[in-house]
Structure formats: structure tokens, C-alpha cells
Design a binder for this molecule. Structure first.
Ligand code: NAD
Ligand code: MG
Length: 387
């Protein structure tokens, strides 16, 4: 494999740090050119000191004079704010952008990187939820890959190697079911932030962990899969699989099913995206076949977890609906983490926002960014009044 120059957005997050772990197991294959973070200036600095990228970006509110001089002392150019991220996205000395940002903030930068002809390894699923058609269209026009990092989509991608699109009948996304799989529906209103953050199988950033508890994460992934793999909404099914060993499956038109399995270790899908089309060896978790174990599958309970049903609805509505769903979820999840609303309010607010804002029909980037802003303003105002 030829040496790859990497731009890593969201370097200090869960996916960002695991990407660095994979890269450090293959220092001869990768060079880190760009890193970004929001507020964790100290940890971005530690990464910069070790990897000496050309460019670093801090998007959050930080002491600019202090950090500019500290990064300058180690020979790293530091940019700031939203514009800094967009400038870094256009940086042309990178062969692959790893977008490990969380939320809608990654959308404009992704568009900028595609305009600059950069292929993208994507963890930041919100980008495809908001603007999947637009992003995939841009990538196709420029012949650029969007390589999935999300474990389910990496599994599907791996299962598709050597297959033809017309052979696919259904994509079957597995979901762990989250920490409340066995909690009674009546008890969900009273669950705490700590309980919601205690994911049974994966250790991840807070937003995706809460999304996993409401099952909206699976809904976002359904939308992500629809665009990544160009299938219709009716060709995607969700099955709960509590062990998170089967990362997703494909049903082909002859009734054959292919699955990708492995221990829940995000470094495996990250390594697949970084190395593609080569597989990278590494000290990632291995399955242990010397012990007896069982794998279970069950249908998701859409009454208990209405957020998943709302995501399927939003996908069918199309237009601005998925962007509305995403924006409302981001605000509601933050409010839940702050202790301002109940767990069950998250899906309630998403539903309200969809009623208020979702419109079908064609959308362009300005329309998506506008609806994203409008939903945030509306929901924040609503939450303020509810205090
Ligand atoms: P995280 O919260 O751990 O990290 C997010 C990163 O983005 C950090 O570097 C942070 O500094 C940066 N960031 C946060 N807010 C920002 C803002 N407003 N502007 C610019 N940068 C900002 O998140 P994560 O768990 O690593 O998840 C990243 C993405 O990957 C999410 O879309 C998530 O759904 C997806 N994903 C994560 C996992 C996982 O195991 N963590 C698995 C599958 C998919
Ligand atoms: Mg996933």
C-alpha cells in the first residue's frame, strides 16, 4: 500500500483517538497532515506534539494567543473557528479525510473537502442523514469514495465486495438494543443520564451513546445506509442483536445472507476504511471460539423506542425531514444530558419538530443549513419556555 496522508477531523474524540491508534500501528503507511478538535486544546496539542501535522484547528472558544504560540513552538500552524475548519477541509496535501466529527457541524466541511477532490472516510453519520443525496451525488460526480467507518456500514461494505448491486434484496442492520432493551416502557421516562450513558457493548462519545439508548442511532444509520448503498427505504431492515458480534448482514435475491462478524472494536472498521482496498493487520480484538456462546436476534420494539420509527418516517418523507430529525435530536440529546428533559422527551421533541418543519421535495445545501438552524432556534426557545 502506498503511504497515505491523512486529515483527521475530530482527532480528540472516541473515533479520532482510535484512528490514531490504528495509524500508530502502521506508522510507515500513514502521515498525519491535519488535525482538528473543538474544545480539548490540551489533548489536540499532545497529538500535535507526537505527530507534527502541518495544520491543526481548534473550532471552540479557546485562548487563541496562548494556543497559537504553543503550537507555533512545535512547528504546527494553528487555525481557529468554523472558518479554520473549512480552510483545513480544502487543504490539498491529504490523500484521505477522516471525518470523525459529531453532528451537523461536519456537513459544510465535508462539502468543502469533496469540492477539493478529497475522498472521505466517514464516521460523522449526521452528514449523510442531513444531505445524503447531495453528498453522494457530489462524490459520484468527482469519482471520490465515501468509505464508511460506522461498524454496520463497514460490515455491509465488506459484504458487498465482489457482488453486484442488482443482487441485493435487503440490508439488515443489527442494533445492540442499547442499555434499555429489557427496561419496561413505563420505566423509560425515569431513567438517568448515567444509565443512558452506560452502553452494554461499546465505549463511544456521549451523543452517539444517548442515540444508541433511544435507538435513534439505528434510525440515523438506516438513513445513512440508504444513501451510502443507494437502496430504497423498504430494502432496509433493523434487527436487535444484543451481543454486537454480527455487525450487519445482506440478504441477496437468491435467499443467501452474508454477514460480517467480529468483536465490538471500532478500530476494525476504522482500519478497513484507512487501508481500503488493503486490509491492515493489527492488535485489534479477536473473537474467542474456544468457549460456548450464543448469538441472539429479535425484532426492535418500535412502541418502546419510537425514535426509530420516526427515522423511518423521515426517510420516507424525504426533503428536509431527515435534517429536521437530526437537528431536533442534537438539541434534545444535549438537553437530556444537561438534565433539562426526560429521556422519553427526546423522541417527543423530534416528533414535534417533524410536524412543525418537515417538508418533502428536493433540497439543496442552503435549504438544509437553514432548516437545521431554524429547528435549533425553535427547539431551544421551546426548552427555554419549558423551564
Ligand atoms: P466524540 O464526541 O467522542 O468526538 C467528537 C469530536 O468532534 C471531538 O474531537 C470534538 O472535539 C469534535 N467536535 C465536537 N463538537 C464539535 C463542534 N461543534 N465543532 C467541531 N468539532 C467538534 O464523538 P465520537 O463518538 O468519536 O463520534 C464521532 C462520529 O462517529 C459521530 O457521528 C458518531 O455517531 C460516529 N460513530 C462513533 C462511534 C464510536 O464508537 N464512538 C461508532 C460509530 C459511529
Ligand atoms: Mg454504528
Amino acid at each position: 500500500m502506498a503511504r497515505k496522508r491523512i486529515a483527521l477531523w475530530g482527532a480528540t474524540g472516541s473515533i479520532g483517538l482510535q484512528t490514531l491508534d490504528v495509524m500508530s500501528q502502521h506508522e510507515d503507511l500513514f502521515e498525519l497532515k491535519v488535525i482538528t478538535a473543538h474544545s480539548g486544546a490540551e489533548s489536540l496539542y499532545d497529538i500535535a506534539r507526537k505527530w507534527r501535522p502541518a495544520l491543526a484547528v481548534l473550532t471552540g472558544d479557546v485562548d487563541r494567543t496562548h494556543w497559537r504560540s504553543r503550537f507555533h513552538d512545535i512547528g504546527v500552524n494553528l487555525l481557529f473557528g468554523r472558518q479554520g475548519l473549512l480552510d483545513a477541509a480544502a487543504y490539498d496535501a491529504a490523500d484521505l479525510v477522516v471525518n470523525a466529527l459529531v453532528g451537523a457541524v461536519g456537513l459544510e466541511a465535508t462539502v468543502t473537502a469533496l469540492e477539493a477532490n478529497r475522498p472521505i472516510a466517514l464516521a460523522n453519520k449526521e452528514v449523510l442523514v442531513m444531505a445524503g443525496e447531495l453528498i453522494m451525488g457530489m462524490a459520484a460526480k468527482r469519482n471520490l469514495s465515501i468509505l464508511p467507518i460506522d461498524s454496520e456500514h463497514s460490515a455491509l461494505f465488506q459484504c458487498l465486495v465482489g457482488e453486484r448491486a442488482e443482487s441485493v434484496e435487503k440490508l439488515i442492520l443489527t442494533a445492540s438494543g442499547g442499555p434499555f432493551r429489557e427496561t419496561a416502557k413505563e420505566d423509560l421516562a425515569g431513567v438517568t443520564v448515567e444509565q443512558a450513558l452506560a452502553h452494554p457493548n461499546w465505549s463511544m462519545g456521549r451523543k452517539v451513546t444517548i442515540d444508541s439508548a433511544t435507538l435513534l442511532n439505528k434510525g440515523l444509520e438506516v438513513i445513512e445506509a440508504r444513501w451510502l448503498f443507494g437502496v430504497g427505504p423498504d430494502q432496509i431492515e433493523v434487527v436487535v442483536h444484543p451481543q454486537s458480534i454480527v455487525h450487519s448482514m445482506i440478504l441477496f435475491i437468491d435467499g443467501s445472507v452474508k454477514a460480517q462478524l467480529g468483536e465490538p472494536d471500532m478500530r476494525i472498521p476504522i482500519a478497513y476504511a484507512l487501508g481500503f482496498p488493503h486490509r491492515l493487520g493489527g492488535s485489534f480484538r479477536r473473537m474467542d471460539w474456544s468457549d460456548t456462546f450464543a448469538l441472539n436476534f429479535e425484532p426492535p420494539d418500535l412502541h418502546k423506542f419510537p425514535a426509530l420509527a420516526l427515522a423511518f418516517d423521515a426517510l420516507k418523507t424525504g426533503g428536509t425531514a431527515p435534517a429536521v430529525l437530526n437537528a431536533a435530536d442534537e438539541i434534545a440529546v444535549e438537553a437530556f444530558i444537561r438534565g433539562q428533559i426526560k429521556f422519553t422527551d427526546i423522541s417527543r421533541y423530534i416528533e414535534m419538530a417533524l410536524h412543525e418543519f418537515a417538508k418533502s421535495g428536493a433540497v439543496d445545501l442552503p435549504a438544509i443549513l437553514e432548516i437545521d438552524r431554524d429547528v435549533r432556534v425553535w427547539l431551544n426557545r421551546h426548552l427555554e419556555m419549558g423551564r
